[in-house]
Design a protein. Structure first.
Length: 270
């Protein structure tokens, strides 16, 4: 029998929004942001267990305490070697399939998780990622065998501080993208900056009710009513873990083109 679990990577440290995982959502009245991530993951029918993977640093004792207070499985590992932390958590909890989530994405949808896991199992691949959804709501699914191979073989620091770049890059792994259409694809639904938290709080204050998981249709309807909501955090940029140098180069070209830096772009292309 295939055992599938969700592993939520989370730590207290954040340069732009310290302690964001335990901020109340909505502001001042709701459960912790991390509690929403856990709740949404637990509602996916494909998920048998939710595990929080945090670090052994003293600053993350509050995360471990949160897990203890709420009866959530917790694994603590190296702060920098996230690949090893993630793979070790999957091994200890005997997962065959791991869904990778992060503690700053409170808008993940259970139906997206279920669709991604189903497509992963049907295709018999090592790695699956959805694409086409708002930032912070796409889902990664990784087979345990692939995690173990990457854990053993990856040596670059950039591959160890992130979980999936090595798997996405190396030809030994079978990967797939699962496109999902969305009317709000351009919306930023991750919490990395104060303005991200402001948008999340406004959305949750209007849509959240205990016991009810709102979805993309409700968000889209609210945006139709208040289109200015999308402008709250649209200027924020996202750090990205590139699978290889070529991918990073293409992203640099795209940004230069958008900014009108034609001369710099021409030099880069040469």
């Amino acid at each position: 029998m295939v055992r599938t679990g969700a592993i939520i990577q989370v730590r207290s440290g954040s340069e732009r929004l310290p302690g964001k995982a335990l901020l109340l959502l909505p502001f001042g009245s709701g459960p912790a942001l991390l509690a929403h991530v856990v709740d949404r993951a637990q509602q996916a029918s494909a998920i048998e267990q939710v595990i929080i993977a945090t670090t052994t640093q003293a600053s993350d004792d509050v995360i471990a305490q949160f897990c203890s207070d709420n009866g959530i499985a917790c694994f603590r590992g190296d702060a920098e070697d996230v690949l090893n932390r993630f793979a070790a958590a999957a091994a200890i909890y005997k997962l065959n399939i791991a869904v990778r989530l992060t503690g700053d994405n409170p808008f993940i949808m259970p139906e997206t998780i279920d669709a991604a896991v189903q497509q992963h199992l049907q295709a018999g691949v090592d790695y699956t990622i959805t694409e086409g959804l708002p930032l912070g709501t796409n889902i990664e699914v990784i087979s345990f065998a692939a995690l173990q191979k990457a854990r053993t073989a990856a040596t670059a620091h950039s591959d160890r501080e992130h979980v999936t770049p090595y798997i996405r890059r190396e030809s030994m792994f079978k990967t797939q993208e699962v496109p999902i259409a969305s009317d709000i694809k351009k919306l930023r639904l991750t919490v990395d900056y104060p303005t991200d938290y402001a948008l999340a709080s406004l959305l949750y204050s209007n849509l959240y009710k205990p016991g009810h998981l709102f979805g993309f249709p409700e968000i889209a309807q609210l945006l139709q009513q208040y289109p200015w909501l999308a402008a709250i955090n649209e200027g924020n940029t996202q750090r990205k873990a590139f699978a290889n140098e070529q991918e990073e180069l293409e992203e640099a070209k795209r940004i230069l083109k958008l900014g009108g830096f034609d001369k710099t772009l021409q030099k880069l292309e040469k």
